[in-house]
Design a binder for this molecule. Structure first.
Ligand code: TMP
Length: 236
């Protein structure tokens, strides 16, 4: 399958058309940004690691009955996916307090919740991805109630599967962000990526951060953390 024209360039990925109108090619970049693009850098090898990890998890989730956009890995950094219209919501699941949750509510990081939480933000860079509830999303016709229900059901099922997987390789899944897409017939499927760019992953024994917070917070050892995550997954 060949890459035709570029359809979109995001902060961490490019999307290309293919000769099949129902499929696209996603190409993962080493570029890293934080704080809505205000902080920019490169994480060497990140594109290839995130491509591999995302595809590993998409396959795992398909096996658990969650429909995804994954079709076929083409190379280190490139993957064929189903063409979808992205629902403009960032869907965030949290198992432990961290990041913007800890800041917003003035609590420390590391509080283990008895149940996971879900939140949405409106995917809009100009507005800095504002927090949004389901009523707002329905009012603005970003999604219907049925779509919100499906998204919630899949997001919690993804959490159950990923929490169990990460725990089996000595990693605590703190929180993560998902994006969903719509096929032309209206079916909702999981899209985007699942990687240390979009999740908080803490070593279960030491609490060491193995994710993009190392870049966001200038903690050093960024490349090593991504490599370590890949090693744990491939060692499985
Ligand atoms: P937050 O605590 O900064 O809201 O982040 C929650 C989770 O979402 C965390 O795992 C990182 C991920 N995330 C993204 O994937 N993209 C983003 O733009 C942001 C802000 C967070």
């Amino acid at each position: 399958m060949n890459k035709l024209e570029q359809l979109y360039e995001g902060k961490a990925k490019k999307v290309f058309a293919t000769d099949d109108p129902t499929l696209c090619i996603v190409s993962y970049k080493d570029d890293a940004t934080a704080f809505n693009g205000q902080k920019k850098g490169t994480i060497l090898g990140k594109g290839a690691i995130n491509n591999r990890l995302t595809n590993y998890f998409m396959k795992l989730l398909e096996d658990k009955g969650i429909p995804t956009h994954f079709v076929e890995e083409l190379s280190d950094t490139d993957t064929v996916v189903k063409k979808v219209t992205i629902v403009p919501l960032e869907v965030i699941i949290r198992n432990i307090s961290a990041g913007s949750f800890a800041q917003r509510f003035g609590v420390e990081e590391g509080i283990v919740f008895s149940e996971p939480t879900i939140e949405f933000s409106y995917k809009c860079d100009e507005l800095n991805d504002p927090l949004m509830n389901a009523y707002h999303a329905v009012a603005l016709k970003l999604a219907t109630w049925d779509e919100i229900d499906t998204i919630k059901k899949y997001a919690f099922a993804v959490n159950d599967a990923l929490k169990e997987f990460w725990s089996s390789v000595g990693v605590t899944l703190v929180d993560f962000k998902l994006e969903f897409g719509k096929l032309p017939d209206g079916t909702i499927i999981l899209a985007d990526e699942i990687s240390p760019d979009t999740a908080r992953l803490w070593d279960s024994k030491t609490g060491e951060k193995l994710d993009k917070d190392r870049f966001r917070r200038d903690l050093g050892g960024v490349e090593d953390a991504y490599q370590e995550v890949l090693r744990r997954v491939l060692g499985k």
